[in-house]
Design a protein around this ligand. Structure first.
Ligand SMILES: NC(=O)C1=CN([C@@H]2O[C@H](COP(=O)(O)OP(=O)(O)OC[C@H]3O[C@@H](n4cnc5c(N)ncnc54)[C@H](O)[C@@H]3O)[C@@H](O)[C@H]2O)[C@@H](O)CC1
Ligand SMILES: Nc1ncnc2c1ncn2[C@@H]1O[C@H](COP(=O)(O)OP(=O)(O)O)[C@@H](O)[C@H]1O
Ligand SMILES: [K+]
Length: 480
């Protein structure tokens, strides 16, 4: 798992290290790592033109020490202090000693820069860039220089990934010690570019439970169900899919397509599209009556394209097995039917559905995804997978790390892909995974399948995402 920690935690870990080390040692470590990445990006350091945007705090100090190292290797380095009089004194002195200078005209040096180091704010930044930093940040972005953010792109909220004002979009972010939430969650993540992690010795002093975790291939491989010698189709799990309506018959097919590739031993479809489902997927068991009469299942996935069948949602939520609720099911559900449940529940809203469940505007969810997913999970006492440009998975117990799916791709923004995801996650639930793990594995496989299907940069359909799921399993298993 890749992990991310909150500012408060990072600061206390840093304080513990700083107490044991000579003055500025940690900053020098950070700056050495930063300078090494800058040198790599420049290719030839000697004769290159580097501009440092320097804020009032230690983030500016990192930039100045890194600038000094580059100046010693023959780069022409200019500092642009954005809080004159509050510039890190030792860092500035080191830069001047190494032959660097304070820029007389920031805009002139930016216009001809090869590389800009963004040291305006790091984990101490709040509320977007200050007005006087904005023109300089815009000039940097408008130049041809590569922009390297120090620790975080300046202007983002480190702990939440929110962007409350203007922020500087970087090409590369060099972060120290550990990832911060903003490097994993949009909208901030989109401003970080490629993230490089520099080890400054923080790992051993960090707590074992992070704020966020983001799975890699081997983590997902360890979650995937595998049939054994004793398996039969019932032991592998039967997933019940309640989806589709006269208006949205396709949702039934897409949810079943996802469910058939999720590792359950059988898929039982319940609803109005039974004929179409069997015609397309003869391996599906079907039932045209109410869910309660459909026969045994180990988990339900209810909601995609369901229309107005409120009774079906209520019946499924009244069952004693794990239930996934998506799409129309989220619109129709009664909150009390969810909070009363004793078996696990997984809700899979997109931002609009999450906003409706929370009674806020969609933009509020999109700009503060972490807060929204936590709040939903706590309020409904359910695991919540919030879909979108960063898919997040939260447990009702706020002490458990929120999981961030790293595999999402904008190619998934195509009609019906969410239906495939609910079938897939429902199937993993039926196969015995907890909602937290089923949601994690499903989001990962779904994103990877979309990447595989869109490999040539061609638009993909949701059916193609479902068809690429076996290739995604294969890919994950091959590495894990
Ligand atoms: N504590 C340590 O020993 C280490 C800290 N490191 C660096 O130190 C950074 C944190 O340093 P600080 O705590 O000094 O905080 P920052 O340097 O991130 O920023 C705080 C300063 O910026 C100003 N500021 C806040 N919001 C602003 C905004 N929106 N626009 C413009 N200015 C704003 C504040 O007045 C404050 O002076 C880390 O991100 C990292 O880069 C690294 O050197 C590693 C070691
Ligand atoms: N910009 C994006 N980047 C990455 N993934 C996205 C983006 N937009 C949507 N997705 C993903 O696409 C899927 C869309 O699901 P959903 O919103 O339910 O659509 P539908 O109802 O059409 O199936 C989700 O898995 C979501 O995470
Ligand atoms: K920065």
């Amino acid at each position: 798992m890749r992990t991310a920690y909150r500012v408060e935690t990072v600061r206390s870990a840093e304080a513990e290290l700083i107490a044991r080390l000579p003055e500025d040692a940690l900053m020098r470590r950070a700056a050495a790592g930063l300078a090494a990445v800058c040198a790599e990006l420049l290719g030839r350091v000697y004769g290159s033109r580097v501009v440092l945007l320097v804020g009032a705090g230690a983030n500016g100090g990192d930039a100045l020490y890194a600038g000094a190292a580059l100046a010693r290797r023959g780069a022409g380095v200019h500092a642009v202090p954005l809080a004159p009089g509050r510039t890190h004194p030792a860092g500035l002195a080191a830069l001047i000693r190494a032959g660097g200078r304070v820029a007389e005209d920031p805009f002139a040096v930016l216009a001809s820069a090869d590389l800009v180091v963004d040291g305006i704010t790091g984990i101490g930044g709040r509320g977007g860039l200050r007005p006087d930093a904005i023109p300089v940040a815009r000039a940097a972005r408008g130049s041809n220089a590569v922009i390297v953010a120090v620790d975080l792109p300046s202007g983002v909220e480190a702990d939440s990934g929110e962007v409350l004002g203007e922020a500087l979009r970087a090409d590369v972010t060099v972060t120290f010690g550990v990832h911060k939430p903003a490097l994993l969650i949009d909208p901030a993540r989109a401003l970080a570019g490629t993230v490089r992690l520099v080890d400054i010795g923080l790992e051993p002093v960090l707590p074992s439970v992070p704020e966020l975790e983001s799975p890699q291939h081997h983590d997902v491989a360890a979650l995937l169900p595998e049939p054994s010698g004793e398996s039969d189709k019932y032991r592998r799990g039967v997933v019940g899919v309640v989806a589709g309506s006269a208006r949205y018959p396709g949702a039934a097919l897409l949810a079943v397509a996802g469910a058939l590739r999720g590792g359950a031993g059988a898929v039982r479809y319940v609803g109005h599209a039974a004929e179409a489902v069997v015609a397309r997927f003869p391996e599906t068991l079907v039932h045209a009556g109410p869910p309660a009469k459909a026969g045994r299942v180990q988990a339900w996935a209810v909601g995609p394209g369901l229309g107005e069948d409120r009774d079906a949602v209520r019946e499924v939520l009244a069952s004693g097995v794990p239930v996934l609720v998506d799409a129309d099911g989220l619109r129709l559900l009664d909150a009390g039917d969810v909070t009363r449940r004793t078996a696990p529940t997984l809700l899979t809203p997109h931002a609009g559905e999450a906003a409706a469940l929370l009674g806020v505007a969609r933009e509020e969810v999109e700009s503060a995804r972490l807060a929204a997913v936590r709040e939903l999970a706590a309020r409904y006492g359910a695991t919540v997978l919030l879909k979108g440009s960063t898919t997040l998975i939260a447990e009702p117990d706020g002490r458990i790390p929120v999981r961030v799916d790293p595999m999402g791709t904008p190619w998934l923004a195509t009609a019906g892909s969410g239906d495939v995801l609910s079938g897939l996650a429902g199937s993993l639930l039926a196969a015995g995974l907890s909602p937290y793990d089923a949601a994690t594995a499903a989001a990962y496989l779904h994103g990877l399948a979309a990447r595989i299907a869109a490999a040539e940069g061609v638009p993909i359909t949701s059916s193609e995402v479902a068809r690429a799921l076996p290739a995604a399993w294969h890919d994950v298993r091959a590495v894990g």
